[in-house]
Design a binder for this molecule. Structure first.
Ligand code: GLY
Ligand code: MN
Ligand code: MN
Length: 437
């Protein structure tokens, strides 16, 4: 189900077109990170690097060189090593990389100091994402300085450094059909995890047990990673936006907020559902929940080509503010409360973010100082919420400690949008029916 070689080649072509002749782009892979002695965190390839070549190993560097006679896409990578491979599994090696990953040319990473300055020499522009990897920044400057030291021999060092991420992230913002397929799969698996977690919930269970249910569903379906640490917050914990402790016991009468999504082939899903521990909403919980759901549906209705990034947020803020006034948690006129941001103690975050290889994906939200206009192929989350702090003195006690968020993943289509995460129930009646069954 992984992406085709043609997909990677299309991406490189698009980048090459943006870069133009006389340029070179240089990208390092991610590094392995130590967790403790002899143990590493699971390796996750750098998203930009992955986007352009799909090469799965650390200790690699990719160079894209428009118009280079012996191939425009050059990969430096580890050499094969039977002894290391006995311990850690197969290494691709420069001999096999072109066939396996569609790069044009490949060299041992140990030769990079000898080869890369020669590839940079004579190119005017270096496209590089500066400031994300200090060690690699310094190495790049060393390679440039090798060329500078040879100017009296006629060497031509580059005159311009361009922010690669700016161009690359514009490409990544628009998802292809193949990418949407992967995101659909991630969304489907995550929905199944949420459904199972709802069914698993009961007073006396622990937050981590619901987390285990989610991760089990993800892994069983072949998603080998979560897109971000799962948030499983019951009762007051639901009011902590990025709660990660997940250790509390579920209490009769509380709500539980689960924000969890798996990653499939480097593509994220990001879903939040909020439901009653015992399967039945109380009157207060149902009232606030319905406000959040109405806000979310109103926001989703604003996701369509021609609308801009902030339209869904504006819609959500209006419905939430109206609801808080109607229920007596805010007093005043809706327009004033919105203008004064009086809703912010209850709704303090944005209504969404781009979604893709990174859960908070790349791409500009404003262009030329204006909110970005939505176009087909963009994928975003829509995730309004209401959080009444446990110590919120401004409201009646019966509302306190209720935290609700509802989050779906949405792709902009020609006609409007499509929700990728529909299979996770969010209507009150659907949730209660699932949990009763
Ligand atoms: N899971 C993080 C977020 O919803 O943005
Ligand atoms: Mn999100
Ligand atoms: Mn989320």
């Amino acid at each position: 189900m992984a992406l085709s070689k043609q997909e990677f080649s299309r991406r490189r072509k698009a980048l090459i077109e943006m870069m133009g002749a006389g340029s070179i782009a240089i990208l390092p892979s991610a590094h392995e990170k130590a967790r403790n002695r002899d143990v590493h965190f699971p390796f996750r390839q750098d998203s930009d690097f992955q986007y352009l070549c799909g090469f799965p190993e650390p200790d690699a560097v990719l160079a894209i060189i428009p118009g280079r006679e012996h191939g425009e896409c050059v990969l430096f990578c580890k050499e094969r090593n039977p002894e290391r491979e006995l311990w850690d599994g197969a290494i691709v090696g420069p001999e096999r990389a072109p066939d396996m990953y569609g790069v044009d040319d490949s060299f041992p990473i140990s030769d990079i100091d000898d080869i890369l300055p020669g590839l940079i020499e004579g190119r005017d522009k270096v496209f590089y994402s500066m400031g994300f990897d200090a060690q690699f920044d310094a190495r790049l400057m060393e390679w440039i300085n090798v060329i500078r030291s040879k100017v009296r021999n006629g060497a031509h060092p580059p005159g311009e450094f361009v922010a690669l991420e700016h161009h690359l992230h514009e490409l990544r913002l628009f998802k292809s059909a193949e990418e949407i397929k992967l995101m659909d799969r991630a969304a489907k698996i995550s929905c199944e995890g949420h459904r199972r977690a709802m069914k698993r919930s009961h007073a006396g269970a622990f937050e981590y047990q619901l987390e285990a249910t989610l991760v089990h569903a993800f892994m069983e379906e072949g998603a080998r990673a979560v897109a971000y640490p799962s948030i499983v917050g019951s009762g007051d914990n639901a009011c902590v936006l990025h709660y990660r402790d997940n250790m509390a016991e579920l209490k009769e009468g509380d709500l539980i907020l689960i924000d969890a999504g798996c990653e499939v082939d480097h593509y994220a899903s990001d879903i939040t559902r909020t439901f009653p521990v015992n399967g039945r909403f109380s009157a207060e919980q149902a009232a606030l929940y319905q406000v959040v759901l109405d806000a979310q549906l109103a926001a989703i209705a604003e996701v369509k080509p021609g609308n801009h990034w902030n339209h869904p947020h504006d819609a959500a803020v209006r419905v939430i503010t109206e609801g808080l006034v109607r229920l007596g948690l805010l007093q005043g006129t809706v327009d004033d409360l919105i203008a004064n941001e009086s809703y912010k103690p209850f709704y303090m975050h944005r209504t969404g973010h781009w979604l893709g290889m990174d859960v908070h994906d790349v791409g500009d939200y404003k262009v030329g100082g204006e909110w970005r206009v939505l176009e087909p192929g963009m994928v975003m989350t829509v995730e309004p919420g209401i959080y009444v702090a446990p110590d919120c003195a401004a409201v009646e006690a019966r509302w306190r400690g209720i935290g609700i968020r509802i989050e779906d993943d949405v792709v902009v289509t020609k006609e409007g949008c499509r929700v990728l995460t529909e299979a996770a129930p969010k209507e009150i009646s659907e949730i209660e029916a699932l949990m009763a069954g």
